[in-house]
Write a protein that binds this ligand. Structure first.
Ligand code: AMP
Ligand code: ZN
Length: 118
């Protein structure tokens, strides 16, 4: 059991829920979103349970920086490195955050439009 056994992303990251990881290391895993909003829609999450960016602390700076690097590497790997992509982290209620475990949406494979149209 993970420390946060009621958290779906902790359970995925901890291997309790089977998932095909597109990327995994000691700190981070990435997998396809179950309800894709674009041809490429990958979730990149830390294994550490951080509820949202609002609870990020100084000790997480390298981890969050690494997530950005992994996002760029995954984008290249799945073929959207040149065409472009968007990396989003929803934070708390007004963003529509549904899963209270820090995660980044990597979206691409189509024109996503100006951010203000979303
Ligand atoms: P957010 O609204 O930013 O909290 O996004 C949560 C995302 O997690 C949504 O896009 C869901 O489709 C996705 N999601 C929730 N549970 C799973 C799961 N078990 N496997 C893959 N994606 C999931
Ligand atoms: Zn969690």
């Amino acid at each position: 059991m993970t420390e946060h056994s009621d958290c779906i992303f902790c359970r995925i990251a901890g291997g309790e829920i089977p998932c095909d990881f597109l990327y995994a290391d000691e700190q981070i895993v990435a997998f396809n979103d179950m309800h894709p909003q674009a041809p490429v829609h990958i979730l990149i999450i830390p294994k550490k349970h951080i509820p949202s960016l609002a609870e990020m602390s100084e000790e997480d700076i390298a981890l969050v920086g690494r997530i950005n690097l992994v996002a760029a590497q995954l984008a290249e790997a799945v073929g959207i490195g040149k065409s472009g992509y968007r990396l989003i982290s929803n934070c708390r209620a007004d963003s529509g955050q549904e899963v209270p475990h820090l995660h980044y949406h990597l979206l691409g494979g189509r024109y996503l439009g100006a951010f203000t149209q979303q």
